[in-house]
Write a protein that binds this ligand. Structure first.
Ligand code: HEC
Length: 217
């Protein structure tokens, strides 16, 4: 019996040792609570004027807007060089964010407008858009256009520029002249050959690897 009482005392001691309030009840504000301590009655203090969040410094206005400095005229150059990597990234982002409406070809025949979206987008291959400066496409993505929502919050500025570069590549792909086609390239290009079962929509199709002869082209 004595043993049991000792054990109970020990258990109580251990449990009570956890009961300290020392630093648990500190004066503090709930987020965005009112406070009469400050003149503006806000407990949340505004950041120091001129504070810029890390990675958000927009020192280059062209990079951030596509507009020539101090104007609302879109510029027609890339703020960084186009590499294979940039184009691949642009293609990937375009296929995710734009192709549902504009189609992978950019002709405006995406799936969304055929399923009730109020407006069919114009083709990127019409003359007006082929002549539109690069900054214009950046601006359309940044601020939206008519029925089209803006994509500034979903797509980073770097990725929006990558998409711009890819859109130009798409336009070129539909409008190249015969002289611009690499020697040996069949026109139209041969349809892709798939490995295994034909694609059924359930899994991504796997392309047959190019033959050594094709690789050299
Ligand atoms: C939800 C469907 C939808 C998506 C997604 C979409 N667009 Fe659009 N886009 C439209 C529609 C619709 C228009 C025509 C808007 C209008 O005229 O009111 C348009 C117009 C445009 C235009 C032409 C503007 C002009 O001067 O005629 C460009 C360029 C464009 N979109 C680029 C993009 C790019 C790049 C993306 C991907 C980041 C994208 N869009 C994603 C629906 C979409």
């Amino acid at each position: 019996m004595g043993d049991l009482r000792q054990l109970a005392a020990l258990v109580a001691l251990v449990l009570l040792a956890g009961c300290r309030q020392d630093m648990h009840n500190q004066p503090r504000f709930k987020p965005l609570a009112e406070s009469d301590f400050y003149g503006d009655l806000r407990s949340a203090r505004p950041p120091v004027e001129g504070t810029v969040a890390r990675g958000e410094l927009q020192a280059d206005s062209y990079y951030a807007t596509g507009m020539l400095a101090g104007t609302s005229t879109p510029g027609d150059y890339m703020p960084f060089p186009i590499t294979r990597q940039v184009l691949d990234r642009g293609r990937e982002r375009f296929d995710i964010y734009c192709a549902p409406c504009h189609s992978r070809l950019g002709d405006g025949n995406g799936i969304v407008p055929t399923r009730g979206f109020a407006r069919k987008p114009p083709s990127f291959h019409i003359e007006r858009l082929r002549k539109a400066p690069l900054g214009y496409f950046f601006d359309v993505m940044t601020h939206g256009f008519g029925m089209m929502p803006d994509y500034a919050s979903q797509i980073s500025a770097a990725d929006r520029w990558a998409i711009v570069a890819y859109v130009r590549a798409l336009q070129f792909s539909q409008n190249a002249t015969r002289q611009e086609i690499p020697a040996g390239q069949a026109v139209p290009s041969p349809p892709p050959e798939f490995r295994g079962e034909p694609p059924n929509g359930g899994v991504l199709p796997e392309l047959k690897p190019p033959t050594a002869a094709e690789e050299r082209k």
